[in-house]
Design a protein. Structure first.
Length: 238
């Protein structure tokens, strides 16, 4: 079947299963906007499995990537979500060039934290876990025009913290991002630092002390969330 036909099949499914109540329920979590049909998660998963079963042999990974290119550009939440679900299904077939392919999705369509974090939690870490590419492959992403692409950089490192060979190297890698202006990037950095602190408290605290008088306070709000009130006092801006 032609990719455009499958794309239209997905659009029909989303339209026929739209629920304004679901849109209203979740829109408050997306301050940047939430362009959604309002399809339930159960129906999304059922359709995801059905489409994968129906077209996996015909399309293969490359075909689903091409379909994903089309889906992420629409701006519709459910359509992009399906692109990500299909991408996760083919994790065994990732190769070095695919990390840039997924990066293009962040450049050209992804516009909310949920999809950025799905990329950072379920897709990009696979490249590092399987040693397909090193984490330093994300170096150009640190200065990307897309704030969502930049958010993915620290968040994608979280899953690898327990096996991190040198936390100071990871902290140094993130330093160029510490003065970026966007809230969603601050949240991603703070989230990473909070999780890193649980495992490597001394180097992370030294890092926080270094930045406490210059970096955005939201980073510290997230990074120190699990600390005691007394511990948090050390990282107040002087």
């Amino acid at each position: 079947m032609d990719l455009e036909d499958i794309f239209q099949e997905i659009r029909v499914f989303c339209s026929e299963n739209a629920d304004p109540a679901i849109v209203a329920k979740y829109s408050r979590y997306f301050v940047e906007g939430y362009d959604a049909y309002g399809v339930s998660s159960k129906k999304m998963e059922e359709t995801h499995k059905s489409l994968l079963l129906q077209y996996r042999d015909e399309l293969g990974f490359e075909g689903f990537l091409n379909l994903g290119d089309r889906l992420v550009r629409t701006g519709k939440y459910e359509e992009a979500s399906l692109a990500f679900m299909f991408a996760v299904d083919f994790a065994k077939e990732y190769s070095p060039e695919h990390i840039d392919r997924f990066g293009y999705w962040l450049d050209d369509g992804i516009r909310n934290w949920a999809h950025a974090d799905m990329m950072a939690g379920s897709i990009i870490p696979v490249f590092f876990q399987k040693k397909i590419v090193p984490y330093t492959s994300l170096a150009p992403w640190r200065t990307a025009e897309s704030k969502w692409k930049r958010r993915v950089v620290p968040v994608s490192l979280i899953k690898g913290l327990k096996t991190c060979p040198n936390i100071n190297e990871w902290l140094d890698f993130l330093e160029p991002m510490m003065m970026m202006p966007e809230k969603v990037v601050h949240q991603g950095l703070g989230w990473f630092l909070r999780e890193a602190w649980k495992l490597y408290p001394i180097p992370v605290e030294e890092y926080l002390l270094k930045w406490k008088d210059s970096a955005p306070r939201l980073i510290f709000q997230y990074a120190t969330e699990k600390m005691t009130a007394e511990q948090k006092l050390r990282f107040k801006k002087g």
